[in-house]
Structure formats: C-alpha cells, structure tokens
Design a protein around this ligand. Structure first.
Ligand code: NAD
Length: 549
C-alpha cells in the first residue's frame, strides 16, 4: 500500500512471482515455459485460492488495515482503493473481482488526487532546472565541509552530510557545546540503529565523519562552510568577514539564516559571488526540503553546485530569492496570521487545527506553534514595531500565552496542555479563557466561526502570498512553491501543494473571496496583482508555469 518497490526475492517469498531466473534469462525462461506446459491441466491463477483463504476466514483484517491506512494517508484515497480491490478479490467471484478492480482503478486514475500526485512528481524534477543556469555550468567539488554552530540546526546539518559520505567539521564556541552537539548526533544514530533501520557499522562510519572543533584550523581545506549560529545580523556579518579570510578563495560560504538578508551578509565578504543561503528545515537530518537562497551576486557555478549538492545529501533543493522568510516561512507567516485572527474572532485552537488536519496537513497551526516554541515568535515580535490601527496585530494571543511561560511542548503547555513526556495536545479550558479575555480586551465580539471560513482564510492567505512571491520572482514557478510546502511543511501530497490546490478551487473563486476578506479585514488581504490577472483571464498557476516553458 505504500508504493515502495520490493526486490525479486521478497516477491517470490510472498507468491507474487513463480520463479527467479539465475544466469541467462532466455534459457531460464524457456526452461520454465517447458516445465509449465508439461503440467496437465494447465494451472490457472484464478483458481489458486490458497493466498486468500486466511483473509476469507478473517474479514475483520480489512477493517484493521483500512483504519491504519486512513490514519497515515491523511485523507488520500488511493491506498484505500487498493484495499477495496484486494477485498473484492477475496469476496467476489474472479470475473466480478476483476471488474471491481478495474472500476476502482478508473476512479483513482481520474481523481484530482492522482493529478496532484503526478504534479508533485514532476514538480520535484522541474525544480532542479534553473532557466539561466545551463546544465553544463561547472560545479565545484564538495568533499569536506565545516558547520559553524553545533546547536539544533548545526548538528542535523552535519548529519545530513555524514549520511551522504561527506566529512564535516562541527564547530562551536566552547568544547562543552561541541561535545553536546556530537553527543546528540550519536544519540540520534543510536536510536535509528535500535529501530533496526541502520547497521551499527554504518552508524560508526557516519559518526566518524563528523569531527568537533572550537577553532577554525581546518577551514583552509574545506570546500563549503555552512553557518548556523544565532540569528543575529551583527554576529553573522562578523563571522562572514572572518570566514572570507580563513577559507580558500574558491570555497563557498553559506548561511542557514531563516529571516536575515543574505545580500547584506554577503556584503561583509570580499566574495559575495561565493555566498549563498542554504536554508535547512528542522530536524535538518530528516526534513527533505532545502531552500537554496540565491543572493543578487551569487554566481551561477555556486548556484549549480548547491543544486547538485542538495541531491547528493538526499534533499529536494528549491531555488528561491531573497526576501523576509523566503518562500516557505513567508507564506507560513500569512497563514499563521489568519489563524491568530480567527482565534480572536471566535475560533479555538482545536477547531482550527481540526480543520487543517482534516484537510490533510500533518499538524494544524496551533499545534505547530507549540512544537516550534511560542517564545520564538514572541521574542521576534518584541523587537518589531506593532502595526498601527486599523491594521491588526496578530500576536495578541501568542504573547499572552508566552508571558505566562506557556512556550508550547517544551514547557508542557502552550495553545494546548501536554502530559509529561507526551507530544499529544490536549485542549485546555484555561487557554479558552485566555483567548476569550483577549477578544474582550480587543473589543471583538466573538462569533461562531465556520469550518469553511477557517479553511478559506488559512489557505487563501497562503495562496495570495504565494502569488505575490511568484510575481516578485522570489520563486521561479508555482510548482516550486508546491515542492517547498510538500517537503518542508507537511502539506498533503494528495492535494498537490497550495498553488495546485488553488487551481483546483479555481482562481476566480479565490480572488473573489480575497476581495471580500480585504474589504472586511484590511490591507493584509490586498490581492496579489498576479492572482487578479489570472482570475480575470480565467487562467491557472499551472498555465503560467507552462507558458514559462
Ligand atoms: N531552529 C530552527 O528550526 C531553524 C530552522 C531553519 C533555520 N534556522 C536558523 O539556523 C541558525 C541556528 O539556529 P539553531 O536553532 O540551531 O540555534 P541554536 O541556538 O540551537 O544553535 C546556535 C549555536 O551557535 C553557536 N554559536 C553562537 N555563536 C557562535 C560563534 N561565534 N562560533 C561558533 N558557534 C557559535 C551557539 O553556541 C549554539 O550552539 C539560525 O540562523 C536560525 O535562524 C533555525
């Protein structure tokens, strides 16, 4: 049901194939055919009942499998249709079972889900092509890297390289911090080994590829440095200025910044053409997405090297431009803003998260905030000016929770409550009281918010921002945006990504709603000029991608 390929030996063991040919295939096939025609009467597969006897005796098996798959497929129907087809083979006479299977196949083939999954398959491959960086652009060999900062991201990034056979030096300010980083890496690998998913010898080889250091002595030999220190512009500029002197002239200097201006960082070196953003997602050893941030001076060979490297370290690289939040976080910001406004207007975390998970997202916005930590946004907002009325401030509820020390999972409470050691969010009446109080303070009369409104405001805010990103050239294609969301944000593949989903709803429908929201909720809903144009011309984001070739 997973679509995972299996090998010939396993196929033989489960009765999927009759025989495995060793040596010359034609000789073996002829021998096999002779052996088969020798049997009288000829065996007919349709009469083989052995395989289905057990399922016949235990019809509840199907319900169990369905339940398990439904939980994993997040609303996708393809795998469930496979179960239906297998059940038809068990319950119905052979010919009727075949008919049922064919009908199910046709349903699956013609579904939007199938279109979405094919779209994502090609979108991922398309993302690797950069129109102005020709396929024959020379790339620089990356054999040895340095990762600066052994914190949450640095450790995961070093693992991603070690997994791909590339040696990494993990550097922090003090030996204790380096040791802690190395220890976490070992623990992560050990946990994979204990689950039987990695051989001990392979773990040892990977661990050996990561060496720790508190100095930059080895930096003269590295081909690439990835900086993952604290998110402070002053610190990053200082570090890039020093890296410029410590590294070989042809070495690439990359930053993992989530929010800072890559061009400004590049300017603190004498080689801005060798500077690029490599924006990994947490946990960096697991998440497949890599946003590759092209600065205004980044050279084509450096872009080509980063794209190639993403494949080497088993990531999906998507080239994006410089702007606050790049592609993923900029859209996430719009989506979370609406989620927060909906809370103030009458919704509760469990209602919003319920709508979004039923849509297929791995987690809703409130549970995601609890996972990331409510203190992160709170600290950032403290350093920024608040919007002036009538523009609304979207941090009111989050600030209140953070001020109470409710930072999310790590403190056992945030938008939800968490039992010690558990990651399962439990709705908390205390949070409801806080949200109701915030609404009152803001003079907002709470109302019943419908599930439809939640889905529209969460999705259309994201899509409108995505259209602006496309218009500004921050993303090369709508399908690149979809690739970002599927691989970095738990967006359900069977919906094809936010931009593909927008096309299935229809851009004129979305544009009309965006106009209504703009009239009601103000400037943040200003429609993207691109969305407006495509809606008027009754076009799709896919047609825009196709026009670009
Ligand atoms: N945490 C995330 O989910 C996430 C995701 C993507 C990108 N990022 C970005 O990655 C970077 C690191 O984030 P993090 O969450 O790993 O932070 P962190 O606080 O876990 O780790 C930062 C590490 O950098 C070290 N450090 C600070 N100054 C240093 C110096 N001068 N030399 C060497 N090491 C130094 C610190 O000691 C610390 O161990 C930030 O720019 C952040 O915006 C974070």
């Amino acid at each position: 049901m997973s679509g995972e390929p299996i090998g010939a030996i396993e196929a033989k063991a489960i009765g999927l194939v009759d025989q495995i040919a060793e040596g010359d295939l034609v000789t073996a096939a002829v021998a096999f055919a002779e052996q088969v025609i020798g049997r009288k009467p000829l065996p007919s597969v349709r009469e083989l009942a052995g395989h289905i006897d057990q399922a016949k005796r235990e019809p509840s098996t199907f319900e169990k499998v369905r339940k398990d798959i439904a939980a994993r497929s997040r609303g996708g129907k393809a795998a469930l249709r496979c179960v239906d087809a297998v059940q038809a083979a068990v319950d119905l006479p052979f010919d009727e079972g075949m008919k049922r299977e064919q009908a199910l196949f046709k349903e699956a083939l013609e579904s939007t889900e199938s279109l979405a999954l094919r779209h994502i398959f090609f979108a991922e491959r398309q993302a690797a092509k950069i129109p102005d960086v020709e396929a024959n652009t020379p790339t620089l060999p990356v054999r040895r890297v340095a990762v600066l900062g052994a914190g949450t991201m640095g450790g995961g990034i070093a693992m991603a390289f070690a997994n791909a056979g590339i040696a990494a030096i993990l550097v922090d300010r003090e030996q204790a911090l380096v040791d802690k980083g190395l220890e976490i890496i070992k623990k992560n690998y050990a946990s994979t080994v204990s689950k039987g998913k990695l051989a001990q010898s392979e773990m040892d080889a990977r661990v050996a590829r990561v060496t720790g250091a508190t100095n930059w002595d080895g930096f003269g030999e590295v081909d690439l440095v990835i900086e993952a220190v604290f998110e402070e512009m002053g610190l990053k500029k200082e570090i890039f200025g020093k890296l410029d002197k410590a590294c070989r002239k042809d070495a690439i200097l990359a930053t993992n910044t989530s929010t800072l201006d890559v061009n400004e960082i590049a300017q603190s070196t004498s080689r801005p053409e060798q500077v690029i953003g490599l924006h990994f997602f947490s946990p960096a050893n697991v998440m497949r997405l890599l946003e590759i941030v092209r600065g205004s001076a980044t050279s084509k060979p450096v872009v080509a090297t980063a794209m190639k490297l993403s494949k080497q370290i088993n990531k999906v690289g998507v080239l994006v431009g410089v702007c606050p939040g790049f592609v993923g976080n900029r859209m996430l910001h719009a989506y979370f803003r609406e989620s927060n406004f909906l809370l103030e207007e009458g919704a509760l975390p469990q209602q919003i998260d319920g709508v979004m998970t039923r849509f297929g997202l791995a987690m809703g916005p409130c549970a995601t905030s609890d996972l990331a930590g409510l203190d992160v946004g709170w600290r950032i907002r403290k350093g920024q000016p608040k919007p002036k009325p009538p523009e609304r401030y979207s941090g009111a509820v989050g600030d209140r929770l953070a001020e109470m020390g409710r930072f999310g999972q790590k403190t056992g409470a945030g938008f939800y409550r968490y039992q010690p050691g558990s990651r399962t969010p439990t709705p908390d009446p205390e949070v409801e009281a806080i949200i109701v109080a915030v609404s009152k303070e803001l003079g907002i009369e709470r109302r019943a918010v419908t599930d439809d409104e939640i889905l529209e405001r969460c999705m259309y805010s994201m899509i409108n921002e995505g259209a602006k990103i496309l218009d500004e050239g921050i993303a090369l294609r709508a399908s690149d945006i979809d690739t970002v969301w599927i691989n970095g944000y738990g967006f359900p593949a069977h919906r094809g990504g936010p931009m593909f989903y927008a096309d299935t709803v229809g851009l004129p429908v979305i544009y009309a709603r965006v106009l209504e929201f703009a009239a009601k909720h103000g400037k943040v809903w200003t429609p993207s000029p691109l969305l407006e144009r495509l809606a008027r011309e009754k076009k799709t984001f896919a047609s825009l991608d196709a026009d670009k070739g």
